[in-house]
Design a protein around this ligand. Structure first.
Ligand code: NZQ
Ligand code: ZN
Length: 399
């Protein structure tokens, strides 16, 4: 397969890495900075105060905008754009995870754009330039610290919340600062959601139509095995620095196109999940764990050799010489067992705390998910196919 590889983000990784924030801001030409963050975690850990002090000592001018929520909202993006224009901001420092980074990327698109920033997410406009973003990462999960994506939820659009991603190399962060120690404070649920999302970013890319990509497959399989090995370790011991470090680096490598360009992957599970988190405001990683088994069962017969390879090379399932299909099924079961070990849901009913998605909700999600045409690259899924997967995902698809 032909491809281009573009991963321009400078990574500063390791214990105390955040000490280099002011130095990175200077290096990338920041003169007036927006310090952008989420709820309370970065304040509580002392990280924000450390950064404020560091920027002040370095003589860097900054203003602040906090309050980004998980599944970040368009209203906060608009607030940020207005604030940045008023103060002449030329660089955005995102302190947090995928939600804060994606909000920062959206503000970065919106400042120089003359119209409403949602035009870009609604595919009505293509940005020509951005105000750049740098990152201090506090949760390894979305991979937004090196990715070219940003996912925003517009409140009330078309009568209901609409979660949409937009992909453009312009938004890739200039730098990403990653200190695994900053992730010690993550609650187990957020840790697990992150682990699932990381695994899934490589899995989505693994399910391409190619079967002769020896190096790419080997990289992908080793990344996934590492995440499967280290995930339970960080749940058992949140202060396991080495395991936290492997998970954190995997977050970036899983979504910086190392194991295939984004547009070569499948992404149906992500497309379907974005409807779940758009409608129910659930955590993205948990939503992925609830959808993937049903997706896998629906498409496995189109790519038996891929599913078998996943089972054997990633989940360590012994090859069943009497049946390739049984080997593939055992791999899907092993993935579900892994999600369970991470205390993640394996269906929508578990995701929503005991209630399944209603028929009306499923119809709505399937229609929104396929509004731009069928989703998925391995198998093209139309509205009916997505609805069928969502129905399957309501209960345990594999007992
Ligand atoms: O808001 P605060 O108080 O900071 O708490 C956050 C938030 O509640 C907390 N947290 C973060 N770092 C912490 C911490 N708590 C304790 N200690 C720390 N060190 O974690 C919670 C979740 O944060 P969030 O940023 O929402 O998580 P994540 O990184 O999983 O981002 C999820 C968003 O990214 C999108 C998802 O759809 C979702 O909207 N994605 C973005 C992608 C991209 N841009 O490339 C790709 C992904 O597939 C994904 O779709
Ligand atoms: Zn994801």
């Amino acid at each position: 397969m032909n491809f281009t590889y573009y991963a321009p983000t400078e990574v500063v990784f390791g214990d105390d890495a955040e000490r280099h924030t002011a130095e990175m801001l200077r290096k990338y030409g920041a003169t007036k900075i927006l310090l952008h963050y989420g709820g309370h975690s970065a304040q509580r850990s002392g990280l924000l105060d450390t950064l404020r002090r560091q920027l002040t000592d370095a003589g860097l001018e900054f203003i602040e905008l906090g309050g980004v929520v998980p599944n970040p909202r368009l209203s906060k993006v608009r607030e940020g754009i207005a604030l940045c224009r008023e103060h002449g901001v030329d660089f955005i420092l995102a302190v947090g995870g995928g939600s804060v980074i994606d909000s920062a990327k959206a503000i970065g698109y919106g400042i120089p754009y003359q119209g409403d920033v949602w035009d870009i997410y609604a595919r009505r406009a293509v940005p020509q330039t951005v105000v750049p973003v740098g990152v201090v990462l506090t949760i390894p999960a979305a991979g937004s610290e090196m990715s070219n994506s940003s996912v925003i939820t517009a409140e009330g659009a078309q009568g209901e919340d609409l979660k949409r991603g937009y992909t453009n190399n312009l938004c890739r962060p200039r730098f990403a600062i990653m200190n695994p120690r900053l992730t010690f404070t993550l609650p187990p649920y957020q840790t697990a959601c992150g682990v699932v999302d990381i695994l899934m970013h490589t899995l989505e890319r693994y399910f391409t139509r190619g079967n002769d990509m020896a190096l790419t497959d080997a990289l992908a399989e080793s990344l996934m095995r590492t995440v499967i090995e280290c995930g339970p370790k960080v749940l058992a011991d949140p202060h396991d620095y080495a395991a936290r470090a492997s998970i954190m680096w995997a977050s970036s490598l899983s979504h910086n196109d190392l194991t295939a360009n984004r547009d070569l992957g499948d992404w149906a599970t992500h497309g379907i999940e974005h409807e779940l988190s758009g409608l129910y405001d659930v955590a993205h990683g948990a939503g992925l764990a609830a959808v993937w088994p049903a997706w896998a069962l629906a498409v496995m017969d189109h790519a038996p050799e891929r599913f078998t390879r996943l089972a054997v090379n990633v989940f360590g399932v012994p090859y069943d010489f009497t049946s390739t299909r049984n080997t593939a099924l055992a791999g899907i079961r092993a993935a579900m067992d892994f999600f369970r070990r991470m205390d993640m849901p394996v269906n929508i009913t578990e995701l929503l705390g005991g209630r399944p998605a209603s028929d009306e909700d499923i119809d709505l999600m399937a229609r929104k998910c396929t509004a731009g045409g069928p989703v998925g690259r391995l198998v093209r899924l139309d509205t009916a196919a997505v609805a069928s997967i969502l129905h399957q995902a309501n209960t345990n698809p594999l007992p």
